[in-house]
Design a protein around this ligand. Structure first.
Ligand code: DX5
Ligand code: ZN
Length: 218
């Protein structure tokens, strides 16, 4: 069974604590938290005050996805919310290894995200330094976008790269994941499926989570 990580960006922030409770009680595994700065991506989401709410109410691991420039300046602050994992974008940083080291030195797992137009081979130098690759299924910035189909072949390439390096790095697929593609992505080797609008725009989010979980069993 795969890890299902609801992207809270699609939840109703007017009822955030109820939405967090819903995920606490559901069969979902992680909270996926999308932090955007309006510079690396053309959208601004949330930062410290909202992360603080997750720290206080969420009872499952926090997976912080940073879509920001200069993430190194915020790692210390974000570590105070006790995340399980912090993911940075390889396109947003100059010295990727240094930022990964900074995350790992705080005893937090390090993820590296890759945009749909960045070649998979660019991950090669870092594959043994990270705990997770976040393979974007859409261009980062917004929830509710259509899944880019060539992500499937990129996932295949990524899986081959990981196997050739004898690495244990986990693969997360983020963006446009729903009931129509979760099975195939799981079959191709995704370990963690992030899903936002598919879960929160439905009338019964827990039921969708159960279906995603079931479909991901391959
Ligand atoms: C996109 C974000 C995703 C997004 C997922 O920039 O990183 O996590 O919120 O939402 P859906 O599942 O609606 O694409
Ligand atoms: Zn994300």
């Amino acid at each position: 069974m795969k890890i299902i990580a609801p992207s809270m960006l699609s939840s109703d922030f007017g009822r955030l604590i109820d939405e967090i409770e819903l995920i606490n009680k559901s069969n979902a595994d992680w909270f996926h938290l999308d932090v955007m700065d309006g510079v690396f991506v053309p959208n601004i989401t949330f930062g410290s005050p909202v992360l603080d709410i997750f720290k206080n109410y969420a009872k499952k691991p926090l997976d912080i996805h940073l879509m920001i420039v200069n993430p190194e300046n915020y790692i210390d602050k974000f570590s105070s919310y006790n995340p399980d994992i912090i993911t940075i974008h390889m396109e947003a940083v100059n010295d990727i290894s240094a930022v990964l080291k900074k995350i790992k030195n705080l005893n937090i797992k390090a993820g590296l995200a890759i945009n749909p137009d960045t070649p998979i081979k660019h991950l090669e130098p870092y594959i043994n330094e990270i705990d997770m690759v976040c393979l974007m299924g859409v261009f980062p910035g917004f929830s509710g976008q259509k899944f880019i189909n060539k992500t499937n072949s990129r996932l295949r390439d990524l899986k081959n790269l990981i196997e050739s390096k004898k690495s244990k790095v986990l693969i997360q697929v983020d963006g446009g994941v729903d009931l129509s593609n979760v099975k195939e992505l799981s079959r191709l080797g995704a370990d963690i499926l992030v899903s936002g609008s598919c879960i929160f725009k439905s009338k019964n989010p827990s039921k969708i989570i159960d279906s995603l979980k079931k479909e991901s069993k391959v």
